[in-house]
Design a protein around this ligand. Sequence first.
Ligand code: ZN
Length: 223
Amino acid sequence: MPKIDAVVVLSGGQDSATCLKLAIDKYGAENVAAITFEYGQRHKAETKFAKSLVKFFGVKEHKIIPLDFYSLLTTNSLMDSSIAIEKKKGAKTPNTVVEGRNAFFLLAASVWAKTLGAKIIYTGVSEVDFSGYPDCRLSFIRAQQKAIRLALDYPITIKTPFIKMTKADEWALAEKLGIFDLIREKTLTCYNGIPGDGCKKCPACKLRLKGLKEFLKRKKNGS
Ligand code: ZN
């Protein structure tokens, strides 16, 4: 088995798919592994998209981790389709927030990385165009990296290439990497499980489309 350098947290959405491409361009597809989590999200089709991205890019190592217990700990509109997706006036986050999700994901990815001998974790979080999720902030990522290093006694580095990027910047990067159409058509960001441009109504679609429009406008204006 080739040496694995990096593990990418891959949901099958725009951010993580672009992260996967960045990791592959740096380390080569054979040296990159991907990890996908099923935590009871209503857009379960994410896994299907993650699998097809892995296949497309020729990544050999892909683990799908069931976090079936998550619904025993918390609930939200992302995991319970009987709750309407919304952001209440004055609320910091939409009711799609999955408490502590990235903390679990990063720890699990790091444990597997150590098993594989990899020291780099990629995650597509951004603290610019995000829905206010506390575990998408750089301060959390830094603290989590420190905690994981102590927990595993292993020098994990968590890479967050989009932490200061807007969605429009991410679209520009996708174009630069030659994967604009792939990202636009073959990823699933929508909380209602509709691929590509999605339902256009949920918070994830709104963010993605706002960024896309901004990017296309910029491109038209040649900036
Ligand atoms: Zn949507």
